[in-house]
Design a protein around this ligand. Sequence first.
Ligand SMILES: O=C(O)CCC(=O)C(=O)O
Length: 293
Amino acid sequence: MDACASAIEIREFYEKHGYLFFRDLIPRELVLNARDEILQKYAIIGEVDDRQPIRMGMALNRSYREEVNIRALRQSIVSGYYYQSVSRFSNIQNIVSKVLDYDAQMLNYLWPRMIPTGTGTGLHQDAPFFQIPSDLLVSVWTPLGDVSPTEGALVILEGSHKSETLKHEYGNKDADKEKGFGWYNTDLEETQRRIGGQWLTADFNADDVLIFSQMTLHGAFDNNSAGKIRLSSDSRFQSTELPIDPRWAADNATGRSAKRVFLPQSTCLETISNPNLSTEFHDIDDFGKIDRT
Ligand SMILES: O=C(O)CCC(=O)C(=O)O
């Protein structure tokens, strides 16, 4: 899609397909600076190899995260100058404003994702996690580096935002009220047979942006690279007309729980495929240390 398209064209495409995809939307060097900034912090906890250019994002099979305050680490990552500049880049906000037909504002809470080899993200819609009317909230996926399908690119099921089956089985649920709420499915073919539509992905570049609706089914391929971390970011935007939920809006917004920190692990220390989000969220104690009790 062309970033200069009119608001009507943008909205029509989004409403029909459930997503928008833009090439060259953010200056590539800005995105790569954000990549370096985040990877440096992962090098501090031993998970990224800084004996070679940090930008390569090569994982080390070690981690000191059990020893540090990961609440403070996360805060340092999400408040980084370049990461904030990418997330708040005006082109994104302008397009989302066209989608929503109102001025858009980004939720302060951000989801930087360091995905190690062997891990992906199961298929899900975002709506159950927010409980904000799905036409007033938009998800944005930004690769922080080039990401091919083999390296864990995002996949979306075109048109799935209109599926009544999906809404009934997943999208209309409240993740906080359902016990053990997880992915909708992890099998692309089975899901496609059930819901219909076309799976879409791309060779993403470090200046691309994918925007999609709360009801669009999506996930990410396993990272099958030879040790390269897949780095990307999820952000969300809503209309400025809508009161903002403090869990997502405050400067130190904590997301769904102050006792759980979203800080995906960039090294695959166990052979797991992240079935219950255990590599993404950590329970913490008062001092920000991982609480395993
Ligand atoms: O990057 C991923 O692995 C998943 C991203 C996602 O689920 C989202 O942006 O909502």
